[in-house]
Design a binder for this molecule. Structure first.
Ligand code: ATP
Length: 455
């Protein structure tokens, strides 16, 4: 079976999960649109995360902060000064590449946290070996730092707004830090507590590649846990455990996930590990779990002039809380889900492609078919079953093509159940329910249908 990126992207396009952004106009690099099944799957991914992080936890609350903030937020966070990736330009074709990625591909170590001098020194040692991914020539510029923040003129009516821009957020968590005090003052939370948020983030990625893995507009699901300084590492270890368990419970195979420790910690961080998933292009970061000390709140305290101290009413202790962060992309989860649950097998002597999605993630839970399209009594009955189901679960009606073809279509979008209405249904009010994974069919009364297709 070929689980390569092209096969997965072809399925995602063919079945209305993912379209290239602005395709009508020839596309726009680093942007993608989610189609009718894509938006359902993405919503289910977000709902599963929200359930695990907010609903099932005792001390985590939600937030939806704005995409654009006061520009000072990004100065305080260090993004204006230092949110950059190392860029090299091909002198032959002008294509831009991430220097750290080229160095890594040549077998040496580099990352975006190195200084420009350090990375230039390493790049010089591999210069002879690395070829431009676009034209294949080996003639690169020196490495320079390129800031990833995306600028906007929101609220700025000056002609030359770019000297004083606002920014589209580069990560969602800054919205959490700047609302820490609001949440503390207006709700019943006490340290330790967390704030969770799902939302868009924007980065001027130098070389967006690998499909939806690296986009310029993407979505993050982030949780910041505010803890007593002495408890940071204990809470951190607990969250590392929980986040790995989350993917296993969702149905991911253990061998497709691994931990990766950051070689090069930023000066304020206590620990940083990534959960990597085995994408078709190898193990890469899916989620980051970080112990960030009191850096974020201290920076915002300094730049805003507002105290972000926490006073423990029970002990009288006063301190700036430390932060444990979990941060994952919706899009990277989406690609991991497509990769993990894509399958090909043979059923009833026929080859098929099937997305073995966990029930909670499936875009459609049940599809309802009349056996024949040209028998009004079957169509009418099937419509009534469809209407009966759709108030409870995301259901779909399909009378197009033969039954085999309809099964194939639902298999490819991962629908767990197909329900067929035939002439016997008109007699005895029973239907055939077919299971996506086994192809097994059973006859059940309509009154048992809801409990059969709902989990
Ligand atoms: P990378 O090293 O791959 O660029 P990062 O370390 O910069 O990622 P973080 O800043 O830690 O990523 O962001 C947290 C999460 O947000 C990542 O683990 C990833 O799931 C997601 N993410 C980050 N950048 C992108 C992007 N350009 N496109 C899609 N998802 C992204």
């Amino acid at each position: 079976m070929t689980k390569d990126l092209d096969t997965i992207a072809a399925l995602a396009k063919r079945r209305g999960f993912i379209y290239p952004g602005s395709e009508l106009y020839g596309g726009f690099v680093g942007l993608y649109d989610y189609g009718p099944y894509g938006v359902e799957l993405a919503n289910n991914i977000k709902a599963a995360w929200w359930r695990a992080m907010v609903q099932l936890e005792d001390n985590i609350v939600g937030l939806d902060s704005s995409i654009v903030t006061h520009p000072k937020v990004w100065e305080a966070s260090g993004h204006v000064g230092g949110f950059s990736d190392p860029l090299v330009e091909c002198r032959e074709c002008n294509a831009r590449s991430r220097a750290d990625h080229l160095i890594e591909a040549a077998g040496e170590f580099a990352d975006e946290k190195m200084t420009v001098e350090e990375i230039n020194a390493v790049f010089d040692t591999v210069r002879e070996k690395v070829a431009c991914p676009n034209c294949g020539k080996k003639n690169f510029s020196d490495v320079k730092q390129f800031n990833l923040l995306v600028q906007s003129n929101l609220g700025n009516f000056n002609e030359d707004w770019s000297t004083n821009p606002t920014y589209l957020r580069g990560e969602t968590c800054q919205g959490i830090y700047i609302n820490f005090k609001n949440v503390l003052d207006t709700t019943r939370v006490k340290v330790p507590f967390g704030i969770a948020q799902i939302g868009k983030a924007f980065r001027n990625e130098i070389a967006p590649r690998q499909y939806i893995f690296r986009k310029r507009e993407f979505e993050q699901m982030e949780m910041q846990m505010f803890v007593h300084p002495d408890k940071e590492m204990e809470v951190y270890e607990a969250w590392r455990e929980k986040r790995m368990q989350y993917y296993l419970t969702l149905g991911f195979k253990e061998e497709n996930l691994q931990w990766h420790e950051h070689e090069n910690l930023v000066f304020y961080a206590k620990a940083a590990w990534d959960i990597e998933y085995k994408y078709p292009f190898g193990f890469k970061e899916l989620e980051g779990v970080h112990a960030r000390s009191d850096y974020d709140l201290t920076q915002h305290q300094k730049h805003s002039g507002v105290s972000l101290n926490y006073k423990d009413q029970a002990t009288g202790d006063e301190y700036v809380p430390h932060v444990v962060e979990t941060s994952v992309g919706v899009d990277r989860t989406f690609l991991a889900v497509l990769t993990e649950f894509y399958d090909e097998d043979e059923l009833g002597g026929e080859q098929r492609t099937v997305l073995r999605l966990p029930y909670a993630l499936a875009p459609v839970k049940a599809a309802v078919f009349p056996l024949l399209k040209n028998k009004p009594e079957l169509v009418e009955k099937a419509q009534s079953v469809f209407h009966y189901l759709k108030g409870e679960v995301r259901a779909e009606f399909d009378d197009n093509g033969n039954i085999g073809k309809r099964y194939r279509r639902q298999d490819e979008i991962g629908t767990p159940y197909c329900v067929t209405i035939d002439f016997d249904t008109l007699e005895d009010d029973t239907v055939t329910v077919r299971d996506r994974d086994t192809g097994e069919q059973k006859r059940i009364p309509i009154k048992e249908l809801k409990e059969t297709v709902m989990r």
